[in-house]
Design a protein around this ligand. Structure first.
Ligand SMILES: Nc1nc2c(ncn2[C@@H]2O[C@H](COP(=O)(O)OP(=O)(O)OP(=O)(O)O)[C@@H](O)[C@H]2O)c(=O)[nH]1
Ligand SMILES: [Mg+2]
Length: 196
């Protein structure tokens, strides 16, 4: 069944694993470092200006946010790698994310966001490794592509081929929540994983 993106609403925000909603439907999760564009991408997919809160202050809230999109949950995972996060906040992040992935949930696909402009951070590489080890299906969304001029983009594309060594088999999509580039392709992929 084709997802009806017009039927979208905020569902719940969880700061603790025991607050996660019942795993009663398929889920698509969005993961990536703080400020990479997770909330912006969710808003773009849902064609809503500010359903998912776009952060002015990154790394402030460590929560897993659930959106109900038709009969699927879109899950906005807390961003990692925020330089100013305290140890306490980092611990809360790990517990929450581990708790989310450890649960028996209807997770169909993780969209792992990486800023196309920069070399993936150590945290990005750790997250990719974590996803690979977990055996989850995931794809890589290269965000903020609109910020790169044509030649810069070609350079970054070539560099990423070596920076993301070991992930040649993973689908990579160049995206922009600003211009809308790649959004239809991402929707088609999400649909394919839901229909599998
Ligand atoms: N130019 C451009 N800016 C973007 C894009 N996506 C996000 N941004 C900007 O990047 C900043 C962070 O975006 P968010 O969507 O809040 O990022 P996030 O990953 O949800 O951040 P956290 O919630 O802190 O983890 C905002 O200023 C956005 O406007 C994009 O595709 N292009
Ligand atoms: Mg966000």
């Amino acid at each position: 069944m084709e997802i009806n993106y017009a039927k979208a609403e905020f569902f719940t925000s969880c700061g603790l694993t025991n607050q996660l909603p019942a795993a009663d439907r398929a889920e698509i999760a969005f993961s990536g470092r703080s400020n990479v564009g997770k909330s912006s991408l969710i808003n773009k997919l849902l064609n809503r200006k500010s359903l998912a809160r776009v952060s002015g202050v990154p790394g402030k809230t460590v929560t897993v946010n659930f959106y109900k999109v038709d009969n699927v949950y879109f899950v906005d995972l807390p961003g990692y790698g925020y330089a100013k996060a305290s140890r306490d906040e980092q611990r809360r992040w790990s517990q929450l994310v581990d708790g989310y992935f450890a649960g028996t949930r209807g997770l169909r696909l993780v969209v792992q966001l990486i800023d196309m402009r920069h070399k993936p951070s150590n945290d990005d590489m750790m997250m990719l490794d974590y996803l690979r080890q977990s055996g989850r299906d995931f794809i890589i969304a290269l965000t903020k592509a609109d910020k790169l001029k044509k030649t810069e983009r070609e350079k970054r594309r070539a560099a990423l081929a070596t920076e993301l060594i070991g992930y040649e088999d993973i689908v990579k999509l160049e995206l922009s929540s600003q211009s809308g580039e790649g959004i239809d392709k991402l929707k088609a992929l999400i649909q394919a994983f839901l229909d599998r």
